[in-house]
Design a protein around this ligand. Structure first.
Ligand code: BG6
Length: 485
């Protein structure tokens, strides 16, 4: 579908997200001819840079993140020439004149305002856009995560932004929903007859969802130390993945059909009690160690306050109180400076009820479906098969689907796909306000518990799978994380 003409403004347009993700994504879509020639891309930032200074910064900061192999240098230069930079204090409505001048006056044009700023600025910028006459019924606003720090601040942002924009104009982005394999999970579940009958408590024993990063906090300490892994990853990315795995079949892929079903999952998550909080949640913080053979410092030596209690790892046992999922544990974990860089969903099926072979059924590995999001996107189905020869000996084997091998075509980054959705007005892969609030409602008791307890996060060495308590969390149920088997 061709894109209608638009103007897009990136607030935080000189920032890290714009340089690493948003501009490279827009560039890739421009390179492939998706962006209408007249569309304007405007970066609005607090530095009072000249156009030339901005272009130099762009070349230094965004260019390393583009796919140079698929790009001729002239294309990058042509893209840079399309971007206008506007330096302004976005909190001051009197400062918006240069932005108004940079945008086209046509009131019927789609205007997209992308908030790549701290969430504390979302409401003010939206009100300012309304005040200076830039927001109208054709506008769309994109809100980056984290949306607030807790339920109250998320509600406040929703209420304030909602005074300016209708829900149908608000795109709360979670880039995990833009990942190819996450969208493929919808295809797997609802485009095949095979899995859905088995996708329930009668056949599934447990689900593990892991997002592990080898990277540390890097130059994002200022943000990260006030957020931590729970706000940065669990409240959004991990819970969204859980929703896609656990939701009931939506009526269609229309936005509210999907979002209604995700909301039901979030609302069915079993609430924590004081004892489950102590037992089913683990938080950790990395100390020095080795990642890929390279010595790395601990979190507190990377610029965090010496007594920082911010968690860089969190693991949780979640349960969903519905007929479909009652009694099936969902183990979620994420951390920085872990032993590997991977994101995956592991759905483990129940053991066979009885072995007809000489081998005891306890030597059979239960079937297991691994949905790999990163680093290489794919699916793996573990089965039992007979080993060749005249004896009936069974052995675990793997059926492997590598999406890169299967579909030999150029890939799109999650931000490319989601930006196209915004420009096309497709809301399915964006969170609705009630979903966001339901997710905060579920995680908030964990934050309160940590606050009250005043305990230290458990230390773990960089380059490991997190604190030993995370293995114990799943070990109590007689299970192991897939990587630790
Ligand atoms: C972001 C978090 O939302 O996701 C980062 O703020 C994290 O801390 C990143 O590194 C992980 O995303 P991806 O796509 O690299 O797995």
């Amino acid at each position: 579908m061709a894109l209608a003409d638009f103007d897009i403004v990136l607030f935080g347009g000189g920032g890290d997200l714009a340089m690493r993700k948003l501009l490279p994504a827009l560039f890739a879509r421009d390179r492939d001819g998706h962006l209408p020639p007249a569309a304007r891309i405007i970066c609005a930032g607090r530095h009072l840079w000249s156009q030339e200074e901005f272009q130099q910064f762009l070349d230094k900061s965004a260019r390393p993140h583009i796919d140079a192999a698929a790009t001729e240098p002239q294309r990058w230069l042509a893209f840079c020439a399309r971007i206008q930079y506007v330096g302004l204090d976005a909190t001051d409505p009197a400062a918006y004149a240069p932005l108004i001048a940079a945008m086209r006056a046509d009131p019927n044009l789609v205007r997209v305002f992308y908030m790549a700023t701290p969430p504390s600025l979302f409401s003010r910028i939206c009100h300012n856009l309304a005040q200076v006459g830039l927001a109208n019924a054709h506008s769309r606003v994109v809100l980056e995560k984290p949306l607030g720090r807790d339920l109250a601040s998320a509600r406040q942002i929703n209420a304030e932004v909602g005074k300016v924009f209708a829900e149908s104009q608000i795109y709360r982005i979670d880039h995990y929903l833009g990942k190819e394999t996450v969208q493929n999970l919808l295809a797997l579940r609802f485009g095949n007859v095979l899995f859905e009958p088995l996708w329930r408590r009668e056949w599934i024993s447990d689900v593990q969802i892991t997002i592990a990063e080898e990277l540390g906090v890097g130059n994002r300490m200022e943000y990260y130390d006030t957020a931590g892994a729970l706000r940065d990853m669990l409240q959004n990315h991990l819970l969204q993945l859980l929703c896609i795995v656990a939701m009931e079949p939506p009526l269609s892929v229309q936005a509210d059909s999907v979002r209604d079903e995700k909301l039901k999952v979030l609302r069915s998550l079993k609430r924590f009690t004081p004892s489950t909080l102590a037992q089913d949640v683990v938080r950790g913080q990395y100390r020095s160690g080795h990642v890929d053979g390279v010595a790395v410092p601990g979190y507190r030596k990377e610029g965090a306050p010496a007594d920082s209690r911010t968690e860089t790892f969190v693991a949780v046992k979640a349960e969903i109180d519905t007929w479909r999922w009652s009694g099936v544990p969902f183990y979620l974990r994420t951390g920085k400076r872990m032993a590997d860089q991977l994101a995956e969903i592991v759905v483990r099926f129940k053991a066979i009820p009885h072995s007809i072979f000489a081998q005891s059924s306890s030597t059979f590995q239960p079937n297991c479906l691994v949905i790999r999001l990163q680093p290489d996107e794919g699916l793996q189905l573990n089965l039992m098969a007979k080993t060749p020869g005249d004896r009936m000996r069974l052995k675990p084997v793997e059926l492997e689907l590598d999406f890169r091998e299967q579909f030999k075509m150029p890939r799109m980054d999650a931000y490319e796909r989601l930006l196209l959705d915004v420009l096309r007005g497709q809301l399915t892969m964006f969170m609705r306000s009630d979903e966001l609030e339901a997710a905060w409602e579920w995680v908030e008791p964990i934050l309160n518990f940590w606050e009250q307890e005043q305990t230290e996060p458990l230390p773990y060495s960089a380059g490991t799978w997190g604190p030993a308590a995370a293995s114990a969390l799943i070990g109590r149920d007689g299970l192991q994380w897939r990587e630790e088997v």
